[in-house]
Design a protein around this ligand. Sequence first.
Ligand code: F0G
Length: 408
Amino acid sequence: MFPKSRLRCIDCGKEYGKDEVLYVCPTCGSLLEVVIEPLKVSLKQMARRPLKVWRYVEFLPVDEGAEIISLNEGGTPLYSCNKLARWAGVGSLYIKYEGANPTGSFKDRGMTLGVTKAKSLGSKAVACASTGNTSASLSAYAARAGLTCYVILPSGKVAMGKLAQAMMHGARVISVKGNFDDALKLVMDVSLKMGIYLLNSVNPWRLEGQKTLAFEVVDQLGHVPEIVAVPMGNCGNISAIWKGFKEFEGSGITEVLPRMYGVQAEGASPVVNMLRRNADRLEPVTNPETVATAIRIGNPVNWPKAVRAIRESRGLFEAVSDEEIVEAQRLIAALEGIGVEPASAASVAGVRKATASGMMDRRSEVVCVCTGHLLKDPEEVIGVCGRPLEVSPDLRAVSELLAPQIRM
Ligand code: F0G
C-alpha cells in the first residue's frame, strides 16, 4: 500500500536506507531528501478517500504495518478571494488556509508523517527547536503517540497562542536566551547526543507530509496553478510543496509545474538577498527581526532546497516589510473573513508587491499559502488593532458610539 523509499543526499547523491536515523549526509554534510517509488494511482482513485493528508498514501513513505499517528490533518480550504485579487492587482488569487489544520498551522501535515516515523523507529522521545508552530504541532502529535516531547524556543519571541499549545499538550519547554538559529543548533546537537528523534524540517520524512499541500491544491483547483506564493522561514515548506508538484508531474498525474514564489520578511531575508545577488552561498542574517515571529530566522537550514525550488521552477522571490505584512493581514481578515497570523500574510503582501513592481504578470493565477491561524498571535493583533472601545452599560452611551457608523 505504501511506496518504497530511501534517503539521498541532495549534493553528493549518496543513498542511505530508510531506517537510518540521519539529518544530514554523513559523507558530505549536505541535506537529505526522501526518494520514493510512487505506486500507480490516478487522481480519480484517490478522490474516493476524504480530502486529507492520508488521501495520498501512494506517495507517502511509511513502513508497512506502522501505527499511523494522525489528528485528521490536511483537507484545508482553498478560498477564492476576488476582493484581495483586486487589491493585489492580480487575475485570480486563492488562499490555501493552513490555519484550519488541527493545531492551526501547516506543520501538522509534516508531523503526522514525522511522528509516525518516530514511532516505527521505536523512539521514545522527540524534540524540536521552534519559532512556535512546530512546537505546538509536535507536542500535540507526541501526546497522541505517547512520546515524550522536548521543545527549545527563543526566549520572549514565541507568540502566546503557540506557547500555550506546547505547554498544554505536555511538552517539556525550554527557553533559550538566543534566537531560533541558536535554538536549532542546540537541539540538533542534543538530539544526536541523547538519541532523541529530531523533528525540525531538516528531518526529510517530515517534509513528505508537507508536500501533500501541492496535491490538495491540484485536487481543489482542478489544475496546477501558475504561481504558488509561500512565506519562507527555515525554508522546509516551499521545498516540500515543490517536491509535491514534481512528484505529481513525474507520475503523469499532472502535465505542468507551477512557479514557486518565496517571500521573506525584510528583517529576516537571507534567501532573498542571496537570490538577488545570484550568489551560490547563503550569508546568514545575524540579528533577524520582524513582526512575523514565525519566520524570524537568519540562517535557514533548508536554504539549498528552497533556492533549488525557486530556480528550477523559474520562480520569484521578494522581501516584504512589517508594514506590508500587517496591511495584508488586516485585509485578508477584513475583506475575505480569513484570519491568519503575520507570517502567513507575507505571501499575499508579496503578490501585491510583485505586481506593483512588474515582476508578476497582472493576469496571473496565484495560490497564496497562508500558513497559520490568526489566534496564534493575539498580542500582535492588539498591537495593531488596539483595544475595544469601553463605555458604561447605558443605552445613550452605546447609541452615541454606534450612530456615526450605522448608515440608515
Ligand atoms: N509560516 C508559519 C506560520 C510558520 O510557523 C513557519 C515556520 C513558516 C511560515 C515558514 O515555514 O520554516 O518551512 O519555511 N515556522 C517554524 C516553527 C520555523 O518553528 O514553527 P518554513
